[in-house]
Design a protein around this ligand. Structure first.
Ligand code: BGC
Length: 261
């Protein structure tokens, strides 16, 4: 089945609202789901400190309140942790107090709206698969976001396989994201060549385990893809993400719409 068939419901949808909860900012925008683009400029408010569930939910509500949104518009929220049925189950790069928190309930209480919460990489990857770099790609797409951590998202023939925590694969006895995330490049002041060696090992491991048809590389550093992607030698085609910073918001909105339907 092609991705076009699978996402036809989303493509004919009127719209939804996406929120990206990040370590430094909480960003939101209404999304036109037919084209997979923002329907209005996004609004960003700094992430509160400490980033407790209640404080973050209130900031999400403030972002939503900046727009005149009909009450029935579904809200999709990204979160940088495993999200099982609305509940955060891990906290690799966020406050531990989130573990066990029902992100959907806490944001729904603050906004008075229906909320669907998803892992940040799943949201970004879903958007890339449906509207971005992997649009119309058949088979298995693995989207890898390189940032503070490593987020991974698998989409098979248009269907998301959620919560694939492959950033935490143990390679040479170490958590992969500690060595190969963009934060590791910055922390250790690595040259592009040095970082590419670590990425080579990471992506080779992924392709040997999962045999994807396409890798898509996202995260802020993906805009500098020409510095490191050409240094990798893989059997799997590897391309930069095209939706960049917008991907999380667009994917969260699309997934919220699907969930509601
Ligand atoms: C988390 C993932 C998240 C990724 C990117 C990892 O440390 O475990 O859930 O998707 O970072 O934010």
């Amino acid at each position: 089945m092609s991705t076009q068939t699978l996402d036809s419901a989303v493509r004919s949808a009127p719209g939804a609202f996406g929120i990206d909860i990040g370590g430094s900012g909480i960003k939101g925008a209404p999304v036109d789901l037919v084209v997979g683009e923002f329907a209005a400029d996004r609004v960003r408010i700094a992430t509160p400190r400490p980033a407790t569930p209640e404080a973050v939910a209130q900031t999400v509500a403030d972002v939503v309140a900046s727009f005149e949104l009909p009450t029935e518009v579904p809200i999709g929220v990204t979160f940088p942790a495993v999200i099982q049925h609305g509940v955060a189950r891990s906290a690799a790069n966020v406050d531990d107090s989130w573990i066990g928190t029902n992100v959907e309930d806490v944001v729904a209480r603050a906004t008075g709206r229906l909320v669907h919460a998803v892992n940040d990489a799943d949201a970004a990857g879903y958007a890339e698969a449906h509207y971005g770099a992997a649009r119309n790609q058949r088979g298995t797409v693995l989207v890898v976001t390189l940032g503070t951590g490593i987020g991974t998202c698998m989409v098979v023939d248009g269907t998301l396989v959620p919560n694939l925590e492959l950033g935490h694969l143990e390679i040479d006895g170490k958590d992969a994201e500690r060595r190969a995330a963009d934060s590791a490049r910055e922390r250790h002041d690595l040259t592009w060549e040095q970082w590419a060696k670590r990425l080579q090992k990471y992506f080779s491991t992924l392709e040997d385990l999962l045999w994807p048809d396409l890798f898509v590389v996202g995260g802020g550093v993906s805009k500098k893809h020409h510095k490191f992607l050409p240094l990798l030698d893989l059997r799997t085609p590897i391309v930069p993400a095209t939706l960049r910073n917008d991907a999380g918001i667009i994917g969260a909105a699309a997934l919220a719409y699907r969930e509601q339907g």
